[in-house]
Each structure stands twice: as structure tokens, then as C-alpha cells.
Design a protein around this ligand. Structure first.
Ligand SMILES: NC(=O)c1ccc[n+]([C@@H]2O[C@H](COP(=O)([O-])OP(=O)(O)OC[C@H]3O[C@@H](n4cnc5c(N)ncnc54)[C@H](OP(=O)(O)O)[C@@H]3O)[C@@H](O)[C@H]2O)c1
Length: 279
């Protein structure tokens, strides 16, 4: 695809952590964008298949970011059904946002490849922005993060890097059939990541490693839906077992530069003030 195309790129999750950034980057390259989310117009909802056709109408490519998580049971089939509909609607270019070391995510990757589309897969580590734009922000603000994360290094990747890679693969030739495994440049345990955020934000934040049973009870007490509780258990207890404790060269291969370090993420995020809200 070249940037002279007038057909928009459909960005699923286009108001979320990576999708919002990708939309900004494509717009800056004068590539038209259509946001795919429940609040967009036309609305796109993963749970309402009747909304899929309208979102796909007349688009040149799709960035597929599944919600709530590509690791949940059944995600692969849903992503496959959507990808097949896209191809049958004439959309050849598909970029899938995936996760590392997650059986369901890797199944979804294989299914997208099998559609015959011109695919690129972005298989990502945990996003640094989970600490500032989603799951762990409340914990940072409350000064207490209690999760069943073992002392295992995770190469947190910055959503800016993911969006840079997605924008590159969607606007330049040469990335079809590539699987980019995207990590940051450094392994950090959750304890170390929280300590860096505490230092950078000037907040007191305690990290406690709780047992999976304590974690489950805490989630129940907060009224967390069962599927989200299952997902967190899957990600912290089963996937965070050392299988992903290594760095990859995906950002360098796709962009020709090194990924952003977690310390830069902390410095930039602290400067936005998001960690200085008083609860
Ligand atoms: N977070 C990580 O660390 C991480 C790591 C690796 C891979 N991933 C993968 O990245 C993907 C996105 O995860 P994320 O945590 O970054 O989420 P996110 O993109 O920040 O999620 C929010 C986005 O999803 C949309 N959304 C919510 N419910 C929806 C629905 N029913 N139908 C359509 N859109 C919906 C929201 O818009 P509306 O509210 O307007 O609908 C918003 O645009 C997941 O598949 C996940 O497995 C995440």
C-alpha cells in the first residue's frame, strides 16, 4: 500500500493504547483512518457481528486489535471470522496485534495467516502503558500494586514503539508475511518496574507479590467479572512463567532503531501529570 490511497485504514481499538497512537501517526502521513470501536461511527463491536460489515466497507487495510484480550478462550475463532469477512469483502492487508507466549494468541496468528490475506503480525510484550492508561493506573495512584507476578523479567514494550511499527508496516511495502516480535530493550520484574515508577513519579508505591488464591479473592471482592479474573490469572500465573524472559529485535528489524527504554517511558509519563492525580 502507498500513502496515495484514498481508502481508509480501519483501526480496531482505535481509541485504545496502541490504536489511538497509530491513528495519529497515519493521519500525520495523510493516510485516511477509520476508527473501529463501539464509540465510533459507524460503530464496531466485537460482540455484535452485524456491526462488522459496515466498519469494513471501503477500507484498504485493517489493524486488528482484539478486545478484551487475544489470550481469552474463543478469541482466535472470533478474530478468524472477522479476518475472513475482511478478505471476502476485498480487504487484503491485515495487521494483527498479538501477544507473546499465549497459546490462544498464537492460534489466532495461524488463523489470520490461513485467510490468504497479506498479513503482518505484531507479537508484543506487556505494554508499559498498562501502568498509566489501564489496568495498573489505579494501583499506582493508590500506592499499592498487589499481583501474583513472580520475580521474572518482562521486556515491557512502549505503545509508541508498537504504533511506530504499525504505521511503518501499513504505509510502506516490504512487511507482508513478517512476524515482528516487539519487546523493550530491558528485562524488568514487576517489582522493578513499580520501583522505577515510584522513583520517577515521586510517589510511594508498594509492590506485593500475592498468591494466585489471594489475588482471585481480591478480584472477587472488587466485583471483577469472571472472564477478566480468568484473564489476569492466565497472564500472571501461567504466561509469566519465564517463557517470555528474553529480548527480541522486532523493533530494530521493522524500524532500524532501538526500542524505547522503560526509564524514558517513566520520565515522559511522569511529565504528563497522570501519576499526580490525588485519589
Ligand atoms: N495490554 C498489554 O500489555 C498487551 C500486550 C500484548 C498484547 N495485547 C493485546 O492488545 C489488544 C488490545 O489490548 P489493550 O489492553 O491495549 O486494549 P486497548 O486497545 O487499550 O482497549 C481499548 C479499546 O478497545 C475498544 N473496545 C472495548 N470494547 C470493545 C468491543 N466490545 N468491541 C470493539 N472495541 C472495543 C475501546 O473503544 P470503545 O470503548 O469505544 O469500544 C478502545 O478503543 C488485546 O488483544 C491484547 O491481547 C495487549
Amino acid at each position: 500500500m502507498t500513502n496515495t490511497t484514498l481508502k481508509p485504514v480501519l483501526i480496531l481499538g482505535g481509541t485504545g493504547k496502541t490504536g489511538r497512537r497509530l491513528a495519529e501517526r497515519l493521519a500525520a502521513r495523510n493516510i485516511p483512518v477509520r476508527i473501529g470501536s463501539r464509540s465510533a461511527s459507524p460503530a464496531f463491536d466485537w460482540t455484535d457481528k452485524s456491526s462488522w460489515t459496515g466498519a469494513l466497507d471501503g477500507v484498504s487495510a485493517v489493524y486488528i486489535s482484539y478486545y478484551p484480550d487475544i489470550a481469552v478462550p474463543g478469541a482466535a475463532e472470533t478474530v478468524e471470522e472477522f479476518a475472513r469477512l475482511a478478505v471476502n469483502s476485498g480487504v487484503r492487508r491485515l495487521v494483527l496485534l498479538s501477544g507473546r507466549g499465549e497459546p490462544e494468541a498464537q492460534r489466532a496468528e495461524e488463523m489470520v495467516k490461513a485467510t490468504g490475506a497479506d498479513w503482518t503480525i505484531l507479537r508484543c510484550a506487556w505494554f508499559a502503558q498498562n501502568f498509566s492508561e489501564s489496568a495498573f493506573l489505579d494501583g499506582v495512584l493508590a500506592g499499592q500494586i498487589s499481583v501474583p507476578a513472580a520475580e521474572i523479567g518482562e521486556p515491557f514494550v512502549d505503545a509508541d514503539d508498537i504504533a511506530d511499527v504499525a504505521a511503518e508496516v501499513l504505509s510502506n511495502e516490504g512487511h507482508i508475511g513478517e512476524l515482528y516480535e516487539l519487546t523493550g530493550p530491558r528485562l524488568l520484574t514487576f517489582r522493578e518496574a513499580v520501583a522505577e515508577i515510584a522513583r520517577g513519579s515521586g510517589r510511594d508505591i508498594t509492590f506485593s507479590r500475592v498468591s494466585p488464591e489471594e489475588f482471585k479473592a481480591e478480584l472477587e471482592a472488587y466485583g471483577t467479572p469472571a472472564d477478566i479474573a480468568w484473564l489476569l490469572d492466565e497472564l500472571f500465573v501461567r504466561v509469566l512463567d519465564g517463557r517470555n524472559e528474553h529480548l527480541t529485535d522486532g523493533v530494530r528489524r521493522a524500524l532500524g532503531r532501538e526500542p524505547k527504554d522503560f526509564s524514558v517511558y517513566v520520565r515522559e509519563t511522569a511529565a504528563t501529570g497522570v501519576w499526580h492525580v490525588n485519589l
